[in-house]
Design a protein around this ligand. Structure first.
Ligand SMILES: [Zn+2]
Length: 179
């Protein structure tokens, strides 16, 4: 195989219908950039507290030949609003994620894929590869398990958190004073 093989460039449109069925077996290099709203990503939307216009993710997908393999580079950048675990208010969670997938032909090949490099993962290339599911999986993996505002901006009243129960001795002292 020619190591420097250049595949013909094909534009991939970043919309749910296209991404749900991408033929990754074709000898083409895909290039796509676009925005997915949370409505396009139902499993991610399920994690959101509120959804406002503009919530969603810029996605970029590029496939290319690299060292005799076809790799797919996925870049995701955007935000959603999750409930803050401290004050239960909206917490805008920013996600920026980059992942390189190495395309393989079979599930068996994916199972044998060496796991020594976290930055690369196998992806089984089929005529109907669901890249929308891949994008959703990546975002879900990147979400914090217990999202919390930084303390300085959390809406929870800091005095409520800092106040300690009154010492029983102090209470007793005050009672004595009154008598
Ligand atoms: Zn908060």
């Amino acid at each position: 195989m020619n190591r420097n093989q250049v595949l013909p460039l094909t534009t991939l449109s970043i919309d749910p219908q296209t991404l749900e069925r991408v033929d990754l077996t074709l000898p083409v290099a895909y290039l796509g950039n676009g925005f997915l709203t949370l409505q396009d990503l139902p499993r991610v939307a399920a994690e959101a507290h509120h959804i406002l216009d503009g919530d969603g993710f810029e996605c970029s997908i590029q496939t290319q030949f690299l060292k005799d393999r076809v790799v797919l580079d996925l870049t995701i950048s955007g935000h959603l609003r999750m409930p803050c675990q401290r004050c239960l208010g909206d917490y805008e969670v920013q996600i920026t994620d980059q992942r390189r997938f190495v395309l393989v032909s079979t599930e068996a090949e994916a199972d044998d894929f060496p796991l020594d490099d976290d930055s690369q993962e196998p992806l089984v290339a089929s005529p109907n590869t669901d890249l929308l599911a891949t994008i959703e999986d990546e975002i879900l993996l990147a979400l914090p398990s217990a999202p919390k505002h930084p303390e300085s901006v959390c809406q929870l009243d800091p005095s409520a958190k800092a106040s300690e129960p009154e010492s029983p001795f102090k209470v007793l002292k005050n009672m004595k004073k009154k008598n």
